[in-house]
Design a binder for this molecule. Structure first.
Ligand code: HEC
Length: 139
Protein backbone atom coordinates (compact mmCIF):
# COMPACT_ATOMS: atom_id res chain seq x y z
CA UNK A 1 0.00 0.00 0.00
CA UNK A 2 2.75 2.39 0.96
CA UNK A 3 4.63 1.56 -2.23
CA UNK A 4 1.52 2.26 -4.24
CA UNK A 5 1.14 5.66 -2.61
CA UNK A 6 4.75 6.54 -3.33
CA UNK A 7 4.26 5.46 -6.91
CA UNK A 8 1.10 7.54 -7.31
CA UNK A 9 2.80 10.57 -5.81
CA UNK A 10 5.67 10.21 -8.26
CA UNK A 11 3.29 9.85 -11.19
CA UNK A 12 1.30 12.88 -10.06
CA UNK A 13 4.35 15.07 -9.63
CA UNK A 14 5.81 13.96 -12.96
CA UNK A 15 2.52 14.93 -14.54
CA UNK A 16 2.51 18.33 -12.89
CA UNK A 17 6.11 19.01 -13.81
CA UNK A 18 5.75 17.80 -17.37
CA UNK A 19 3.40 20.64 -18.16
CA UNK A 20 2.24 23.48 -16.00
CA UNK A 21 -1.21 23.05 -14.58
CA UNK A 22 -3.45 25.95 -14.17
CA UNK A 23 -4.12 26.27 -10.45
CA UNK A 24 -3.25 29.93 -10.22
CA UNK A 25 -2.03 31.55 -13.38
CA UNK A 26 -1.05 34.86 -11.73
CA UNK A 27 1.67 33.43 -9.50
CA UNK A 28 4.85 32.06 -11.05
CA UNK A 29 4.09 28.35 -11.05
CA UNK A 30 7.64 27.36 -11.54
CA UNK A 31 10.29 28.06 -8.87
CA UNK A 32 12.63 29.34 -11.59
CA UNK A 33 10.07 31.86 -12.81
CA UNK A 34 7.76 31.50 -15.77
CA UNK A 35 9.19 30.38 -19.07
CA UNK A 36 8.99 32.46 -22.21
CA UNK A 37 6.58 29.89 -23.66
CA UNK A 38 4.34 29.92 -20.55
CA UNK A 39 4.13 33.73 -20.71
CA UNK A 40 3.37 33.60 -24.43
CA UNK A 41 0.62 31.04 -23.77
CA UNK A 42 -0.99 33.29 -21.15
CA UNK A 43 -0.88 36.20 -23.58
CA UNK A 44 -2.49 33.94 -26.21
CA UNK A 45 -5.25 33.07 -23.76
CA UNK A 46 -5.90 36.73 -22.82
CA UNK A 47 -5.85 37.75 -26.47
CA UNK A 48 -8.24 34.88 -27.25
CA UNK A 49 -10.74 36.00 -24.60
CA UNK A 50 -10.58 39.53 -26.00
CA UNK A 51 -11.22 38.22 -29.53
CA UNK A 52 -14.08 36.06 -28.26
CA UNK A 53 -15.83 39.24 -27.06
CA UNK A 54 -15.20 40.88 -30.44
CA UNK A 55 -16.72 37.90 -32.28
CA UNK A 56 -19.71 37.92 -29.92
CA UNK A 57 -20.28 41.60 -30.69
CA UNK A 58 -20.23 40.75 -34.40
CA UNK A 59 -16.89 42.51 -34.95
CA UNK A 60 -13.93 41.19 -36.88
CA UNK A 61 -11.39 39.98 -34.29
CA UNK A 62 -7.87 41.39 -34.55
CA UNK A 63 -4.99 39.17 -33.44
CA UNK A 64 -2.63 41.15 -31.18
CA UNK A 65 -0.32 38.46 -29.80
CA UNK A 66 3.06 37.38 -31.27
CA UNK A 67 1.60 33.96 -32.07
CA UNK A 68 4.46 32.90 -34.38
CA UNK A 69 6.80 32.77 -31.38
CA UNK A 70 5.12 29.47 -30.48
CA UNK A 71 7.85 27.82 -32.57
CA UNK A 72 10.82 29.43 -30.81
CA UNK A 73 9.83 30.51 -27.26
CA UNK A 74 11.74 28.61 -24.57
CA UNK A 75 9.56 26.16 -22.61
CA UNK A 76 9.71 25.32 -18.89
CA UNK A 77 10.84 21.82 -19.71
CA UNK A 78 13.76 21.65 -22.17
CA UNK A 79 12.79 19.80 -25.33
CA UNK A 80 9.05 20.16 -24.77
CA UNK A 81 8.74 22.12 -28.02
CA UNK A 82 11.21 19.99 -29.97
CA UNK A 83 9.03 16.95 -30.65
CA UNK A 84 7.42 16.19 -34.00
CA UNK A 85 4.00 16.34 -32.38
CA UNK A 86 4.61 19.80 -30.92
CA UNK A 87 5.93 21.11 -34.24
CA UNK A 88 2.95 19.74 -36.17
CA UNK A 89 0.40 21.16 -33.70
CA UNK A 90 2.24 24.50 -33.63
CA UNK A 91 2.15 24.70 -37.45
CA UNK A 92 -1.54 23.95 -37.49
CA UNK A 93 -2.17 26.62 -34.81
CA UNK A 94 -0.20 29.22 -36.81
CA UNK A 95 -2.20 28.30 -39.93
CA UNK A 96 -5.45 28.65 -37.97
CA UNK A 97 -4.47 32.13 -36.72
CA UNK A 98 -3.53 33.20 -40.25
CA UNK A 99 -6.86 31.92 -41.55
CA UNK A 100 -8.64 33.92 -38.83
CA UNK A 101 -6.70 37.06 -39.77
CA UNK A 102 -7.71 36.63 -43.41
CA UNK A 103 -11.33 35.70 -42.69
CA UNK A 104 -14.04 37.58 -44.57
CA UNK A 105 -16.75 39.33 -42.57
CA UNK A 106 -19.22 36.62 -41.61
CA UNK A 107 -16.52 33.92 -41.39
CA UNK A 108 -15.00 35.15 -38.13
CA UNK A 109 -16.94 32.73 -35.92
CA UNK A 110 -15.87 29.70 -37.93
CA UNK A 111 -12.20 30.65 -38.03
CA UNK A 112 -12.13 31.78 -34.41
CA UNK A 113 -13.48 28.36 -33.40
CA UNK A 114 -10.86 26.74 -35.65
CA UNK A 115 -8.14 28.58 -33.77
CA UNK A 116 -9.44 27.51 -30.34
CA UNK A 117 -9.59 23.93 -31.57
CA UNK A 118 -5.94 24.22 -32.66
CA UNK A 119 -5.06 25.20 -29.06
CA UNK A 120 -7.07 22.28 -27.72
CA UNK A 121 -5.61 19.73 -30.16
CA UNK A 122 -2.07 20.43 -29.00
CA UNK A 123 -3.05 20.60 -25.34
CA UNK A 124 -4.98 17.35 -25.41
CA UNK A 125 -1.90 15.67 -26.86
CA UNK A 126 1.05 17.28 -25.05
CA UNK A 127 -0.16 19.43 -22.14
CA UNK A 128 -3.61 18.61 -20.73
CA UNK A 129 -3.40 20.84 -17.60
CA UNK A 130 -4.84 24.05 -19.14
CA UNK A 131 -7.57 22.36 -21.25
CA UNK A 132 -10.43 23.34 -18.92
CA UNK A 133 -9.28 26.94 -19.00
CA UNK A 134 -8.85 27.02 -22.79
CA UNK A 135 -12.41 25.71 -23.24
CA UNK A 136 -13.61 29.05 -21.79
CA UNK A 137 -12.49 30.57 -25.08
CA UNK A 138 -15.08 28.56 -27.01
CA UNK A 139 -18.08 30.60 -28.21
C1 HEC B 1 1.89 23.28 -30.25
C2 HEC B 1 1.31 23.03 -28.94
C3 HEC B 1 0.51 24.10 -28.26
C4 HEC B 1 -0.46 24.93 -28.81
C5 HEC B 1 -0.94 25.01 -30.25
C6 HEC B 1 -0.95 25.74 -27.73
N1 HEC B 1 -0.31 25.42 -26.55
FE1 HEC B 1 -0.62 26.26 -24.75
N2 HEC B 1 0.96 25.22 -23.97
C7 HEC B 1 1.73 24.31 -24.66
C8 HEC B 1 2.85 23.90 -23.83
C9 HEC B 1 3.97 22.92 -24.20
C10 HEC B 1 2.70 24.60 -22.61
C11 HEC B 1 3.66 24.59 -21.39
C12 HEC B 1 4.55 25.82 -21.51
C13 HEC B 1 5.65 25.91 -20.48
O1 HEC B 1 5.44 25.51 -19.33
O2 HEC B 1 6.72 26.41 -20.81
C14 HEC B 1 1.49 25.39 -22.72
C15 HEC B 1 0.95 26.16 -21.69
C16 HEC B 1 -0.26 26.84 -21.77
C17 HEC B 1 -0.91 27.52 -20.67
C18 HEC B 1 -0.39 27.57 -19.22
C19 HEC B 1 0.59 28.71 -19.11
C20 HEC B 1 1.03 28.95 -17.68
O3 HEC B 1 0.39 29.74 -17.00
O4 HEC B 1 2.02 28.33 -17.28
C21 HEC B 1 -2.06 28.10 -21.15
C22 HEC B 1 -3.10 28.91 -20.38
C23 HEC B 1 -2.12 27.79 -22.57
N3 HEC B 1 -1.01 27.02 -22.90
C24 HEC B 1 -3.10 28.25 -23.42
C25 HEC B 1 -3.07 28.07 -24.80
C26 HEC B 1 -3.98 28.74 -25.72
C27 HEC B 1 -5.09 29.68 -25.32
C28 HEC B 1 -3.64 28.31 -26.98
C29 HEC B 1 -4.22 28.74 -28.29
C30 HEC B 1 -4.46 30.16 -28.48
C31 HEC B 1 -2.53 27.37 -26.83
N4 HEC B 1 -2.21 27.26 -25.50
C32 HEC B 1 -1.93 26.70 -27.88
C33 HEC B 1 1.50 23.84 -25.93
C34 HEC B 1 0.60 24.42 -26.84
Amino acid sequence: MKKLLVFLTLVASAYLLSCTTDANAKKPLNPNGDSELALLMRAMFDDGMRMKAQVQRGEKPDVAVAFEKIHTATPTEAGKNATEAYTAFALSYVQAVKALKEAQPGEAETYYTGMVNACLNCHNAVCPGPVVRIKKMLL
